[in-house]
Design a protein around this ligand. Sequence first.
Ligand code: PEP
Length: 243
Amino acid sequence: MKKTIIANWKMQLGFKDSQMLIKELKQKIKKTSSEIVICPDYLSLSSASSVFKGTNFNLGAQDCAIKASGALTGEVSPVSLKEIGIRYVIIGHWERRTVLGENSELINAKIKSALAAKLIPILCIGENLAEREAGLAKKVLLGQIKAALQGINIKVSSNLVIAYEPIWAIGTGESIIPFEANTIHTFIKNEVNKVLGKNIRVVYGGSVNSSNSFEFLKQKNVDGLLVGGASLNVKEFSSIVNN
Ligand code: PEP
């Protein structure tokens, strides 16, 4: 199966820099054996969709609203995202959970609205350092899986992706040992299978770069990567996707 490599640009670039990076990526990455998903900010999605038309690049949003339409000032409908050619949507990234206070009910509602619009949710889960050190990582992950997937059905396994992102590894330069990621991914796959009856993709995120990506991608149950900082550099990112 192809590995899925997701670039999360967060709010790191201004509009002009995003446009430049989109064009550079198109020029630099012509052929790859992985599935690539670029997630720029909302403002850049529409132009990215035009630039990437007919290429191997898929696009993802970094979030979406809890419903298709309505009085929700400032929100973006998953249906509109679908209309402009977006395929994926990141949901429950730790920055949204912690900095913006998103709770599990909201995350569950966003997954439902994304699926209803035929977007593929990339559900982010992960433990913090204190939880890891207390030996609670699996318990925390299980709680996040059960809360996020409550009442959810998917027809095929490709309709959902889980990103395992240990919070202590995001943006810190410190990543988990690839073999340990594989063990945790196996646990996540088994637990999600109990809830959904599907063997879904689990990608790893947290300080991935061109030096460690190969070791992660070698692991059987690491189905891809979610890359933050290193995805903003064309050379770094193209070397990760061509691993
Ligand atoms: C992220 O924010 O999801 C992430 C994985 O960031 P980084 O690669 O910079 O750790």
